[in-house]
Ligand binder design. Structure first.
Ligand SMILES: Cc1cc2nc3c(=O)[nH]c(=O)nc-3n(C[C@H](O)[C@H](O)[C@H](O)COP(=O)(O)OP(=O)(O)OC[C@H]3O[C@@H](n4cnc5c(N)ncnc54)[C@H](O)[C@@H]3O)c2cc1C
Length: 423
């Protein structure tokens, strides 16, 4: 990213920190009821920014956990550069500063006709507008041999938490000179660059602790984001250590830690299966999901194209945005503004959303990309604005100090984003 772009994005990111404290007037019986399911990047950001959009709305966040563990940064936690504790955030500020009520129970079903959500606790929540940000679920039927019972042996660590700890233990126990295999599912999946960041950081760990070991990426996709930057970094930092084969994994043998593509079977000391993904069963049962497995939405308001009154944000939505925390957060802000307008009979405007994406290849080696997304008038979909002009990617061939600066920027960006969501 150029310095000019960096300054622009820093200014925009800073602007969101200027959110005022609100004089919440949510007592009136007529206050609009907004329910949001899921308290991750999309849902938590939405709850906070919904208060900015409406001082009177009764905002309920349905989230069974008291602590959110961020996937962003979890590759660092996997190799010991960070900890899960540093990635853990609570909803205290959303409740105390923004008047959000948390319902500590999973949502079980949605009745879009009567506009209610039923929780596992048995409680029924009526809503005027409902927002769903439940993230991803795995396709347990997509890879022969990878299912709920073999998942314990082959943790994906694609939800940060206990799985991250389990995979970290497997990495530690990798036999000398063994191979750590990472399988990448077909797009779309959560955080497209993250498997390659994981491969890089695992190589960093192995270089120090098990230098004859190897990392093998079995990739269902022909190309991947920031590919020239990753490949440059692997050649520079981990020569001969990281390799990648294009091939969709269709079967695994959990006991043997082997993975099979159309061409061959590969055996590793650790087999990290990142499975194909889809929107949650709750979204399916509510009729929000189409044949793609994701939720089609109106790109101005994120309202479902299939179920009126229900908006879908974050990874579950098929909006044209990448499935990233930054995009989930940006989409959440746009949806909050749109719902604020819809509740007061105003028109909804075109969203402009910034996606910033850093990846770390070593503690002091970062690469970044930033893109501005908007509604493409020709297709009516959300897309990168003026491809090229609205995009900044760190250059191939940059100096060591540039990469160190990008790694430090990544840390600052993460702190700012988490403060924007949870503080
Ligand atoms: C290894 C890894 C690294 C990543 N790195 C980055 C990065 O560097 N930058 C970036 O921008 N993104 C990154 N991401 C992607 C980012 O984590 C996701 O895109 C983001 O979390 C999506 O937000 P979301 O709100 O859709 O889902 P989530 O953040 O997963 O939140 C979903 C929430 O819904 C709750 N929930 C689920 N079902 C129910 C229910 N029935 N009732 C109530 N609550 C429910 C869950 O408990 C959870 O809290 C990374 C992801 C991974 C796996």
């Amino acid at each position: 990213m150029t310095d000019f772009n960096r300054r622009q994005f820093a200014a925009l990111a800073g602007a969101s920190l200027l959110l005022p404290l609100f004089n919440i007037k949510a007592s009136a019986a007529t206050a609009p009821r907004v329910v949001v399911i899921g308290g991750g990047f999309g849902g938590a950001t939405f709850a906070k920014y919904m208060r900015k959009a409406s001082a009177s709305a009764k905002i309920t966040l349905v989230e069974p956990k008291t602590t959110f563990i961020s996937c962003v940064g979890s590759n660092e936690a996997l190799v010991g550069i960070s900890t899960l504790q540093k990635l853990s955030f609570t909803y205290t500020k959303l409740k105390s500063l923004y008047g959000v009520t948390q319902a500590l129970s999973p949502a079980q079903s949605i009745d879009a006709v009567n506009k209610t959500v039923r929780l596992a606790s048995g409680a029924i929540l009526p809503y005027d507008r409902l927002v769903l940000s439940t993230g991803i679920e795995f396709r347990y039927d997509a890879i022969e041999g990878w299912n709920q019972s073999t998942e314990a042996l082959l943790p994906s660590a694609w939800h940060a938490g206990p799985e991250t700890t389990k995979l970290a233990a497997q990495l530690k126990a990798l036999p000398k000179g063994g191979t750590f295999i990472i399988t990448v599912p077909p797009m779309p999946y959560r955080c497209p660059p993250a498997p390659y960041e994981r491969a890089s950081l695992v190589a960093w760990y192995l270089k120090k602790n098990n230098p004859t070991a190897k990392v093998l990426i079995l990739d269902a996709n022909a190309t991947f984001p920031k590919q020239p930057l990753f490949e440059e970094g692997w050649a520079k930092l981990y020569p001969g250590m990281v390799s990648r084969i294009v091939g969709n994994v269709t079967a695994v043998d959990a006991a043997n830690r082997s993975a099979t593509t159309a061409d061959a079977t590969y055996k590793g000391g650790v087999l990290n299966v990142i499975p194909p993904q889809k929107a949650s069963a709750l979204a399916v049962s509510a009729g929000l999901v189409d044949a793609t497995g994701w939720c089609p939405v109106d790109v101005h308001s994120f309202e479902s194209k299939l179920v009126p009154g229900v908006h879908v944000i974050g990874d579950a939505a098929a909006s044209g945005l990448p499935k990233s925390g930054t995009s989930a957060s940006g989409g959440a802000k746009a949806a909050a503004e749109a719902i604020g307008n819809l509740l007061t009979g105003k028109s909804v405007t075109d969203p402009v959303i910034i996606n910033t994406c850093y990846s770390r290849l070593a503690p002091d080696y970062g690469i970044g990309i930033a893109s501005v997304f908007g509604v493409d008038a020709a297709t009516g979909k959300i897309a990168v604005r003026e491809a090229g002009a609205g995009t900044g990617m760190s250059p191939v061939g940059a100096s060591t100090s540039y990469r160190r600066k990008e790694a430090s920027d990544a840390t600052k960006w993460f702190k700012a984003m988490m403060a924007d969501t949870f503080a």
